[in-house]
Design a binder for this molecule. Structure first.
Ligand SMILES: [Zn+2]
Length: 169
Protein backbone atom coordinates (compact mmCIF):
# COMPACT_ATOMS: atom_id res chain seq x y z
CA UNK A 1 0.00 0.00 0.00
CA UNK A 2 1.38 3.44 -0.87
CA UNK A 3 1.69 6.13 1.79
CA UNK A 4 -1.15 8.00 0.10
CA UNK A 5 -3.42 4.96 0.38
CA UNK A 6 -2.41 4.49 4.01
CA UNK A 7 -3.19 8.13 4.73
CA UNK A 8 -6.66 7.72 3.27
CA UNK A 9 -7.27 4.53 5.23
CA UNK A 10 -6.28 6.16 8.53
CA UNK A 11 -8.35 9.22 7.68
CA UNK A 12 -11.36 6.96 7.20
CA UNK A 13 -10.76 5.67 10.74
CA UNK A 14 -10.54 9.27 11.99
CA UNK A 15 -13.86 10.03 10.30
CA UNK A 16 -15.40 7.03 12.11
CA UNK A 17 -14.10 8.43 15.40
CA UNK A 18 -15.60 11.82 14.56
CA UNK A 19 -18.95 10.08 14.11
CA UNK A 20 -18.62 8.80 17.69
CA UNK A 21 -18.18 12.39 18.88
CA UNK A 22 -21.33 13.34 17.03
CA UNK A 23 -23.25 10.48 18.66
CA UNK A 24 -22.19 11.94 22.01
CA UNK A 25 -23.57 15.35 20.98
CA UNK A 26 -20.14 16.81 20.27
CA UNK A 27 -18.80 18.56 17.17
CA UNK A 28 -17.61 15.67 14.96
CA UNK A 29 -13.81 15.73 14.94
CA UNK A 30 -11.77 12.54 15.23
CA UNK A 31 -8.04 11.88 15.58
CA UNK A 32 -5.66 8.97 15.79
CA UNK A 33 -1.95 8.54 16.27
CA UNK A 34 0.06 6.03 14.26
CA UNK A 35 3.57 4.71 14.86
CA UNK A 36 5.24 2.08 12.69
CA UNK A 37 1.93 1.42 10.94
CA UNK A 38 0.18 0.73 14.24
CA UNK A 39 -2.61 2.80 15.73
CA UNK A 40 -1.31 3.82 19.17
CA UNK A 41 -4.22 5.95 20.34
CA UNK A 42 -7.52 7.46 19.30
CA UNK A 43 -9.51 10.49 20.31
CA UNK A 44 -12.57 12.53 19.49
CA UNK A 45 -14.07 15.78 20.72
CA UNK A 46 -15.38 15.63 24.28
CA UNK A 47 -15.58 19.30 25.24
CA UNK A 48 -19.24 19.33 26.15
CA UNK A 49 -19.31 15.93 27.91
CA UNK A 50 -16.21 16.69 29.95
CA UNK A 51 -16.81 20.44 30.51
CA UNK A 52 -13.30 20.94 29.21
CA UNK A 53 -12.22 23.45 26.57
CA UNK A 54 -9.03 21.45 26.07
CA UNK A 55 -10.78 18.15 25.28
CA UNK A 56 -10.26 18.43 21.53
CA UNK A 57 -9.87 15.21 19.53
CA UNK A 58 -6.13 15.75 19.10
CA UNK A 59 -5.55 16.52 22.79
CA UNK A 60 -7.46 13.41 23.87
CA UNK A 61 -5.47 11.38 21.35
CA UNK A 62 -2.11 12.82 22.47
CA UNK A 63 -2.97 12.17 26.14
CA UNK A 64 -3.97 8.57 25.41
CA UNK A 65 -0.84 8.01 23.32
CA UNK A 66 1.39 9.28 26.13
CA UNK A 67 -0.22 6.84 28.52
CA UNK A 68 0.11 4.02 26.01
CA UNK A 69 3.79 4.69 25.24
CA UNK A 70 4.54 5.86 28.79
CA UNK A 71 6.29 8.82 27.26
CA UNK A 72 5.11 12.36 26.64
CA UNK A 73 7.38 12.50 23.62
CA UNK A 74 5.62 10.99 20.67
CA UNK A 75 8.64 10.71 18.40
CA UNK A 76 8.28 9.29 14.90
CA UNK A 77 4.50 9.30 15.04
CA UNK A 78 1.88 10.59 12.64
CA UNK A 79 -1.27 12.27 13.91
CA UNK A 80 -4.35 12.04 11.71
CA UNK A 81 -7.24 14.41 12.32
CA UNK A 82 -10.34 15.24 10.31
CA UNK A 83 -10.07 19.01 10.86
CA UNK A 84 -7.05 21.32 10.79
CA UNK A 85 -5.78 21.67 14.37
CA UNK A 86 -6.24 24.83 16.44
CA UNK A 87 -3.38 26.69 18.13
CA UNK A 88 -3.71 24.66 21.35
CA UNK A 89 -3.52 21.32 19.59
CA UNK A 90 -0.75 22.44 17.25
CA UNK A 91 1.20 23.59 20.31
CA UNK A 92 0.71 20.23 22.01
CA UNK A 93 1.96 18.48 18.87
CA UNK A 94 5.13 20.56 18.91
CA UNK A 95 5.66 19.80 22.63
CA UNK A 96 5.09 16.10 22.00
CA UNK A 97 7.45 16.13 18.99
CA UNK A 98 4.89 14.48 16.75
CA UNK A 99 6.70 13.88 13.47
CA UNK A 100 3.94 14.33 10.96
CA UNK A 101 0.42 15.71 10.80
CA UNK A 102 -2.18 14.62 8.26
CA UNK A 103 -5.47 16.49 8.30
CA UNK A 104 -8.65 16.53 6.25
CA UNK A 105 -10.66 19.74 6.14
CA UNK A 106 -9.08 23.17 6.54
CA UNK A 107 -10.36 25.48 9.25
CA UNK A 108 -10.33 29.07 8.02
CA UNK A 109 -11.45 30.34 11.46
CA UNK A 110 -9.01 28.67 13.88
CA UNK A 111 -6.64 26.55 11.80
CA UNK A 112 -3.06 26.71 13.09
CA UNK A 113 -1.48 24.56 10.40
CA UNK A 114 -1.47 27.36 7.85
CA UNK A 115 -5.01 28.71 7.52
CA UNK A 116 -4.88 31.40 10.22
CA UNK A 117 -1.35 30.85 11.49
CA UNK A 118 1.25 28.15 10.96
CA UNK A 119 2.60 26.92 14.27
CA UNK A 120 3.80 23.62 12.88
CA UNK A 121 6.46 25.08 10.65
CA UNK A 122 7.48 28.05 12.70
CA UNK A 123 11.25 28.51 12.36
CA UNK A 124 11.74 29.97 15.82
CA UNK A 125 10.34 26.83 17.48
CA UNK A 126 12.68 23.93 18.07
CA UNK A 127 10.46 21.41 16.31
CA UNK A 128 8.68 21.39 12.99
CA UNK A 129 6.26 18.84 11.57
CA UNK A 130 5.74 17.47 8.11
CA UNK A 131 2.21 18.40 7.19
CA UNK A 132 -0.08 16.80 4.64
CA UNK A 133 -3.41 18.57 4.22
CA UNK A 134 -6.59 17.86 2.34
CA UNK A 135 -6.76 14.06 2.78
CA UNK A 136 -10.44 13.12 2.22
CA UNK A 137 -11.06 16.83 2.75
CA UNK A 138 -14.52 16.80 1.21
CA UNK A 139 -15.76 13.95 3.38
CA UNK A 140 -14.33 15.56 6.51
CA UNK A 141 -15.81 18.97 5.66
CA UNK A 142 -19.19 17.48 4.77
CA UNK A 143 -19.34 15.60 8.08
CA UNK A 144 -18.90 18.91 9.90
CA UNK A 145 -21.21 21.02 7.78
CA UNK A 146 -23.95 18.36 7.91
CA UNK A 147 -23.67 18.44 11.70
CA UNK A 148 -23.97 22.22 11.91
CA UNK A 149 -26.78 22.21 9.36
CA UNK A 150 -28.71 19.68 11.46
CA UNK A 151 -28.05 21.62 14.63
CA UNK A 152 -29.33 24.86 13.09
CA UNK A 153 -32.48 23.07 11.93
CA UNK A 154 -33.01 21.60 15.39
CA UNK A 155 -32.64 25.02 16.99
CA UNK A 156 -35.03 26.52 14.47
CA UNK A 157 -37.59 23.76 15.08
CA UNK A 158 -37.27 24.25 18.82
CA UNK A 159 -37.80 28.01 18.51
CA UNK A 160 -40.84 27.45 16.32
CA UNK A 161 -42.27 24.94 18.78
CA UNK A 162 -41.77 27.40 21.62
CA UNK A 163 -43.45 30.13 19.61
CA UNK A 164 -46.42 27.93 18.82
CA UNK A 165 -46.69 26.90 22.43
CA UNK A 166 -46.66 30.58 23.38
CA UNK A 167 -49.58 31.25 21.03
CA UNK A 168 -51.75 28.50 22.43
CA UNK A 169 -51.19 29.37 26.06
ZN1 LIG B 1 -7.68 21.92 18.99
Amino acid sequence: MSQQQKDMEYMRQAIALAAKAEQAGEVPVGALLVKDDQVIAQGFNLNICQHDASAHAEMNCIRAAGQELENYRLLDTTLYVTLEPCAMCAGAMVHARVGRLVYGASDPKTGAAGSVIDLLNFDAFNHQLDVTSGVLAEECAEQLSAFFRRRRQEKKALKLAEKQQGLTE
